[in-house]
Design a protein around this ligand. Structure first.
Ligand SMILES: [Fe+2]
Length: 579
């Protein structure tokens, strides 16, 4: 039984393939197209998944598309009738979307060379939030769990709560567009001068520099409800339409301003790009983050009381808020939390396929998905051939010698591009396609920003830590395999790893498991043996682009920046002599 999951015509388009319930491959289309959040039809990702499974289109039993234009159709019509001012673009956007989904058969036919009729009865349209929920629950280790999906919007829903049991998810309630925690966060991301799709994490990074002084004002804009959910005061928002996010000719998502003049009246005009970030902006960011956490914990606590369950599965764009995720256990009665590596919309392809496998076909649950390494991979021979074709000088070393050279480089202040095994599925580099540095150096952040990243100085870098040492370095102990949670670093350890300690003493950690990431684990272990510190600074291997996918992308990034060393499997390219 083969199921191909697809997230198409939506930001972070992607594909994932399951063979007999086992995840064989999952990857975002942006990695091939080299355009961030690429939102068209994921032809390259689909071809990659089929190749990894060693099959052709004709052997796929089910295609699972994570979108259902018929979902909440009546609610949409009622909304449009009540909001005639914003209805034109809503209707046109909705029609365009339905057409695109309808054209999926044709796209698949063109790509495969098969007749469109072959696909007709094989395509399953799985509603957006059910796909999110499935990406978390059916991938989790839990037999039973409370499930929550929160994002901007998808299929006219912005939040969905459910209970997962065995191979079934039962939806309990949902919030209709435009009442959206994602849209709330986006409004302030835009007001703070970050207009691009996916900029919300910048606000999260800036929040610790401010005080949450404006939470009471924000309570005018978003209201907690007794039903355990929330509503927006829509008088602060631009007349809502489904066209808030549109996709331009290059398939890049664009977000229209979602606030209106009343919002500006309360919080001031939007910061222009060239204007400095003031303490007011930082305080507003802190307030937005705090309010968002209040809403999330309100939803979670009421669902926990309603279900009595101790396990939680969380997905959707808002579940990428790693600061809030880290505080869940301290602020709710949930004891165990599973968040997939691709909790955002790329995970829709995986979720839709899991929904078909479990909910529709009622197949047996498969073991939990603990690894995010489902993407591209290249062996030493392929890398060598590529570098030879480019006339790049390199050397190939056995693991032990290589780990020694790389850690020496790091200890001497070097920045290393680390490319090993399969690429990660999701927005976080987890030691497969990472740039690494010495976390003990107070100047590592400046060095990285100077040599490579050139990003906002307020944004933190993250620690990868050997799993066994988490309780030694962090206030809380848990497995965080996908860098999906931020924890406080122990006061006594903050000075030891300043480069990965944020201004509020926290770190967005990745716990590194020997079984799941053997080479990355061994590299950090070598660093620990030399320095006593079982931690590396880990940031994604890219420079204003999607994370590198191939040796060519990695070499390009290395040559474009001032990275000191590029390591691909056992092969090292270095700016200085190694011996
Ligand atoms: Fe979503």
């Amino acid at each position: 039984m083969t199921i191909l999951g697809i997230n198409a015509y939506h930001a972070d388009s992607s594909a994932a393939i399951f063979v007999d319930g086992k995840l064989v491959a999952a990857i975002e289309e942006e990695r091939f197209r080299r355009v961030k959040h690429w939102a068209g039809f994921p032809a390259r990702a689909i071809e990659f998944c089929l190749k990894e499974a060693g099959i052709g289109f004709e052997q796929v039993d089910h295609f699972a598309i994570g979108r259902d234009p018929k979902a909440k159709f009546i609610n949409k019509i009622l909304y449009l009738a009540k909001n005639p001012g914003g209805s034109f673009s809503a209707i046109s956007s909705r029609l365009k979307n339905s057409k695109k989904v309808a054209s999926l058969e044709n796209e698949l036919a063109t790509l495969s060379g098969l007749n469109p009729s072959f696909f007709k009865n094989k395509i399953n349209q799985i509603e957006h939030h059910r796909s999110h929920l499935a990406s978390a629950f059916f991938a989790s280790p839990f037999e039973e769990a409370a499930c929550v999906s929160i994002d901007g919007s998808g299929d006219f829903t912005t939040t969905m709560i459910a209970v997962g049991k065995g191979n079934q998810i039962e939806v309990l309630d949902s919030v209709d567009f435009p009442h959206s925690l994602g849209i709330f966060y986006t409004a302030f991301t835009q007001l703070l001068g970050f207009p691009h799709y996916g900029d919300e994490y910048k606000v999260m990074g800036m929040a610790p520099y401010g005080e949450p002084k404006y939470v009471d004002n924000l309570k005018e804009v978003i209201h907690l409800k007794n039903d355990g959910l929330f509503r927006l005061d829509l008088s602060y928002f631009r007349k809502g339409t489904e066209g808030i996010i549109s996709y331009n000719e290059e398939h890049i998502p664009e977000v229209q301003p979602v606030y209106n003049n009343k919002m500006i009246g309360l919080f001031g005009p939007p910061r222009k790009k060239e204007e400095p970030l003031t303490q007011y902006h930082k305080d507003l960011a802190a307030s937005v983050q705090k309010m968002t956490e209040e809403v999330i914990f309100h939803i979670l606590n009421s669902l926990q009381k309603r279900t009595g369950l101790k396990n939680l599965c969380l997905a959707g764009g808002v579940a990428q808020n790693s600061v809030a995720n880290g505080k869940i256990r301290a602020n709710t009665s949930f004891k165990n939390v599973y968040i997939p590596s691709a909790g955002h919309d790329a995970g829709i392809s995986m979720g839709a396929a899991l929904f078909v496998h479990n909910q529709l076909l009622k197949k047996e649950r498969m073991p939990a998905i603990k690894s995010a390494y489902t993407g591209s991979h290249f062996n030493n021979e392929e890398i060598r051939q590529f570098l030879c074709s480019k006339e790049i000088h390199f050397c190939q070393l056995e693991d032990e010698v290589l780990f020694d050279k790389v850690t020496d480089c790091l200890i001497n202040g070097g920045v290393v591009g680390w490319f090993t095994g399969r690429a990660e599925f999701g927005p976080r580099a987890l030691g497969g396609r990472s740039i690494i540095a010495d976390p003990r150096r107070a100047d590592a952040k400046e060095i990285l920003n100077l040599k490579i990243k050139r990003r906002e100085s307020f944004r933190p870098f993250a620690p990868s830590i050997l799993k066994e040492y988490v309780s030694e370095y962090f206030e809380w102990s848990d497995e965080v395999p996908f860098m999906e949670k931020v924890f406080p670093i122990k006061e006594s350890k903050r000075k030891e790893i300043p480069a990965v300690t944020h201004v509020d003493g926290t770190g967005r950690l990745q716990t590194v498991d020997k079984e799941l990431s053997p080479r990355y684990y061994q590299l950090i272990e070598t660093f620990r043996q030399k320095t006593g510190v079982p931690v590396l600074l880990n940031t994604s291997f890219n420079e204003n682009e999607p994370i590198v996918n191939s040796p060519a992308d990695a070499l390009n990034c290395y040559l474009r920046t001032e990275m000191d060393m590029l390591v691909m499997e056992n092969i090292i390219v270095s700016r200085t002599a190694l011996y």
